[in-house]
Ligand binder design. Structure first.
Ligand SMILES: C[S@@+](CC[C@H](N)C(=O)[O-])C[C@H]1O[C@@H](n2cnc3c(N)ncnc32)[C@H](O)[C@@H]1O
Length: 207
């Protein structure tokens, strides 16, 4: 699905993915000390704005300009526009406005697995030593076991694949597993199996 598809999807006053922070983003990021962050494929900004409200300076990198416009309106409504930057780029080859950052979030970037590996490596290369990467996806195991999400295996990673994509980038994987949970839909919360990867850049600063 290309940027035009996403622009068309977001062409509504409603927030397609709600304005509520994803529960895993809240769970893993809340204990961290705010600094600089990137929200890759951040969409309409539910996680970007929440991070900004926690004191993070956040760049939402998404290839849908419509999503980014909605993210900025939301940030303005919430009084945190000064903490939010947008960057209309592909997750595969973006050039961040600020790098390296203390935290990168990737939530529901459901793209083919070769591209996802490229995106994860690119994101990882823009995280500071000591910084964190949090990724959240509909799991491949969601297909058999639960509700919602894409039905195409090719865009559904599982924890094993995610850890493999990050291998060799100098990260310690702190948590990488399927989590039983719920997703926010316009009809309310529904059960889902979510693949979550939380990792820390452990490359020493050479000096
Ligand atoms: C399911 S939405 C998730 C949005 C947001 N992370 C959230 O959790 O609400 C997926 C987002 O990925 C973006 N996206 C998909 N493929 C992309 C790519 N190759 N580069 C950048 N953004 C992409 C879409 O524009 C869309 O905003």
């Amino acid at each position: 699905m290309d940027a035009k598809y996403w622009d068309a999807k977001y062409e509504t006053d409603e927030y397609v993915y709600t304005k509520l922070v994803n529960r895993f983003v809240k769970e893993y990021c809340e204990p961290l000390t705010p600094g600089t962050a990137m929200d890759v494929a951040g969409g309409e900004g539910r996680n970007t704005v929440w991070l900004a409200q926690q004191g993070w300076r956040v760049e939402n990198i998404d290839f849908s300009q419509k999503a980014l416009d909605k993210c900025l309106s939301f940030a303005e409504e919430e009084g945190v526009a000064g903490f939010v930057d947008t960057n209309c780029s592909s997750a595969l080859d973006f050039e961040p406005n600020e790098t390296p950052v203390d935290l990168a979030v990737i939530a529901y970037l459901q793209i083919n697995q070769a591209d996802l590996k490229t995106a994860i490596k690119r994101v990882a290369s823009n995280i500071k030593p000591g910084g964190h990467l949090l990724g959240v996806w509909h799991s491949r195991d969601n297909l058999e076991q639960s509700f919602g999400g894409p039905r195409d295996t090719e865009v559904l990673p599982n924890p094993e694949l995610l850890a493999e994509y990050l291998a060799g980038e100098g990260f310690e994987v702190l948590d990488c597993r399927n989590r039983d949970g719920q997703i926010q839909t316009r009809e309310g919360l529904k059960p889902s199996v979510t693949a979550v990867m939380f990792a820390k850049n452990i490359i020493e600063i050479l000096g």
